[in-house]
Design a protein around this ligand. Structure first.
Ligand code: CO
Length: 133
């Protein structure tokens, strides 16, 4: 059985409402689910159709990681999220291999999923989010 590898890509945006309008046209998906993730200080719009989705991420506070990202690098691709079967064992496997993780253990992300971030340093400059299936 094949498993889907990519859960979603996250895109950092300044103005969520105007980004939603553009991505509605782009994807053909109307009225994306909106979620406030207070722990991350972000408002998320989820464009979903079949497998794989696009997450638009807007900061809800100046000290949000997304606000910091946009100040430093501008809008654009923020992260790619890949599925893993067991997030704790994947985190320890990565650490053993010398791949720097941001989260030592999982946290609860949008939709109550178990997620963790892996540092871009050892992954060719791309911030990777892990999501347990
Ligand atoms: Co994400």
């Amino acid at each position: 059985m094949t498993k889907t590898l990519v859960s979603h890509v996250g895109i950092a945006v300044k103005d969520l409402e105007s980004a939603i309008k553009s991505y509605e046209i782009l994807t053909g998906v109307q009225n994306p689910a909106i979620e406030n993730v207070e722990s991350e200080k972000v408002k998320v719009a989820l464009f979903s159709s079949g497998s794989g989705r696009i997450e638009l991420l807007a900061a809800t506070s100046e000290d949000s990681p997304i606000a910091k990202f946009i100040n430093k690098r501008g809008e654009g691709l923020h992260h790619i999220c890949i599925y893993v079967d067991d997030i704790e064992s994947k985190l320890s496997e990565l650490k053993k291999a010398g791949i720097k993780v941001i989260d030592e253990t999982y946290r609860t992300g949008a939709e109550g999923k178990k997620i963790a971030f892996v540092h871009p340093r050892n992954l060719n400059g791309v911030l990777i989010e892990l999501e347990e299936r």
